[in-house]
Design a protein around this ligand. Sequence first.
Ligand code: NI
Length: 181
Amino acid sequence: MILPIYVYGQQVLREIAKPVDPNMEGLDTLLNDMYETMKNADGVGIAAPQVGKSLRVVIVDGTDIAEDYPELKDFKRYMINPEILEESEETSEYSEGCLSVPDINCNVIRPSRIKVRYINEKRQEVTEEFSGFGCRMVQHELDHLDGHLFVDRVSQIRRKLIGGKLRKLETRNFHPRYKIK
Ligand code: NI
């Protein structure tokens, strides 16, 4: 089922999401709904707070953009209770966007490599290292679980420049391509 996406200004996007019991009733339905919602909006990642659920669950799927980023050919992960174990001192800069912050893209600096432990959709514990664009996608989604949005991480000047657009999102003065809340 396609769910409405919570947009900038909604409180749930600012909350610290709660850990999930991997055997929670309805978790598979939530994962399926999140996936469908992400695909419908042409997203490459989604976190549960973006569909109004303050739970530590994210999905990343780069397979649709593998033409531009060949490293993402098989890059699709469901992550329950993900936890960053290590992050590199080395950083890199990528342009980011977000389904909850439509029509805004900004460069964000983040660690180049991270190591993450999570439970996958088969309920197996996985420890995995990420680099490149996939690493960027994972960090962006994990940020959502701690109430952070990518626009919080841009330079002050850039932030000022997008201030008007953010206010339009807050006041719902825009035309989304997908169902929002
Ligand atoms: Ni996002």
